[in-house]
Ligand binder design. Structure first.
Ligand code: FAD
Length: 397
């Protein structure tokens, strides 16, 4: 059986190796448009490759996979994060699970993953054609890929916010969910955040006004606005809403781990009683830095000469609002980012999620980010590529 795989990325290479192992009679050729296989994997996780996650902090898969959670539930039941870890460890890649549950190679080097997969492709006899951009056409006895006939085709071209990336499939007229970027940081109006550049606040809840989108985690203040896990997660949950609104919106931040107004009022009352003689600048909520507190006081219009014991009701109200429902305006999406993925792609309505095979074109399969499946940061995107690729290989008829 002749098999063509389009795209030598995470899903493509992993699929090729597993097809060869599970179906000895298969010839597998990968067509890669770039000059190197696995070029994106080489830069994942800041060059360290966060290849999966322990999933310990995930209670509901839709938290990790805002799009494609149902497909991923099935795919993970066939090839889970534990299977991924076993698979790479059996190939000699020692792994470490960090405190934040992200899994990396012990070498902290993404090239170890790239080299392992390319070595295994070679060892299993997978042919990789580089600089090969091909078209796919269905014919009576299979698929023409470029000018060669194949029985099976697996499309693993990854994500890209430009819909034209999928033009090579146009003869198949597949339903495509318009691709939009996910996992980006926010440009925020004003300049107070520039003074706090580099400040990390843990345990923050951030919600997007006018939507149900909400996330929790750490925020990093930057010279352009806000970054960090809570913001990246929100950008993922609200990827389509933000794209439709030209990356403009209003966020409300609770800087106090979700403590509500009443609890905060109580806590400020306790601070007033305990620090009555102290200057307002010298005692502040322990999870904030003093410079952050100074900015909050300035925004609340409270002079630095104020003593805690002399705060009036208005002051307290303003502080409670800033601490629990601090409103800021998103003015755009930052284009400088570590990790980004694409929300959208080939519609899941086109495939049988048990097998990853096209419903309309038997013999045509899809895996990875090319599909309308994507995740928050933490190794979940690569896990999706490994799981889907394995499902294709296992279900190959
Ligand atoms: C900077 C960065 C860091 C990231 N870090 C992480 C991380 O640490 N952990 C994590 O889980 N995820 C991370 N991701 C996301 C992750 O890399 C992707 O989700 C994953 O690589 C998707 O795998 P894939 O095989 O579907 O696509 P890719 O790995 O992108 O592979 C697709 C391949 O197809 C090729 N191709 C495209 N079009 C064609 C065509 N027409 N013909 C032939 N070949 C084609 C491409 O050149 C590419 O080699 C990161 C992403 C970025 C951009």
């Amino acid at each position: 059986m002749r098999t063509a795989i389009i795209g030598a990325g995470a899903a493509g290479c992993f699929c090729a190796i597993n097809i060869k192992r599970l179906h000895r009679d298969c010839d597998v050729e990968i067509f890669e448009s770039g000059t190197h296989p696995l070029a994106k994997v080489a830069v994942t996780g800041g060059g360290r490759c966060n290849l999966t996650n322990s999933f310990r902090n995930i209670t509901n898969l839709s938290e990790a996979y805002p799009r494609g959670d149902k497909l991923m539930r099935r795919a993970l039941s066939v090839f889970s994060h534990e299977n991924t870890m076993d698979w790479f460890e059996r190939e000699g890649v020692a792994l470490v699970t960090q405190d934040d549950e992200c899994v990396f190679p012990q070498s902290q080097d993404a090239m170890e993953i790239v080299n392992t997969l390319t070595r295994l492709c070679r060892r299993e006899g997978v042919t990789i054609h580089l600089r090969s951009r091909v078209n796919i056409e269905q014919v009576d006895d299979g698929f023409m890929v470029g000018n060669k006939l194949f029985d099976r085709v697996v499309v693993t071209v990854g994500g890209c916010p430009k819909a034209s990336r999928l033009d090579f499939l146009s003869s198949l007229d597949l339903a495509i969910v318009p691709p939009v970027p996910s996992l980006f940081t926010f440009n925020i109006s004003g300049n107070w955040h520039q003074r706090l550049m580099g400040t990390v606040v843990e345990d923050v809840t951030v919600s997007l006004a006018g939507t149900k989108h909400k996330s929790h985690g750490a925020i990093l203040l930057t010279h352009w606005g806000m970054s960090g896990p809570a913001i990246l997660k929100l950008s993922s949950y609200a990827a389509r809403h933000l794209a439709e609104n030209d990356y403009k919106g209003t966020i409300a931040i609770n800087w106090c781990g979700g403590r509500n107004e009443e609890m905060m009022r109580q806590s400020l009352g306790n601070m007033m009683a305990a620090n009555a003689q102290k200057l307002i600048t010298n005692a502040y909520p322990s999870h904030l830095t003093q410079s952050h507190w100074l900015v909050m006081l300035e925004r609340a219009g409270i002079p630095v000469t104020q003593r805690w014991g002399a705060l009036n009701k208005k002051h307290i109200n303003r502080l409670v609002t800033i601490l629990t429902a601090d409103v800021h305006h998103i003015t755009g999406r930052c284009h400088f980012k570590e990790e980004f993925v694409t929300a959208g792609g080939i519609s899941l309505s086109e495939i049988n999620i048990k097998t990853m095979e096209s419903k309309r074109y038997p013999g045509l399969y899809f895996a990875g980010e090319v599909l309308d499946v994507d995740a928050i940061t933490g190794g979940f995107n690569l896990q999706a590529a490994w799981s889907m690729a394995y499902v294709v290989a296992r279900n190959f008829k």
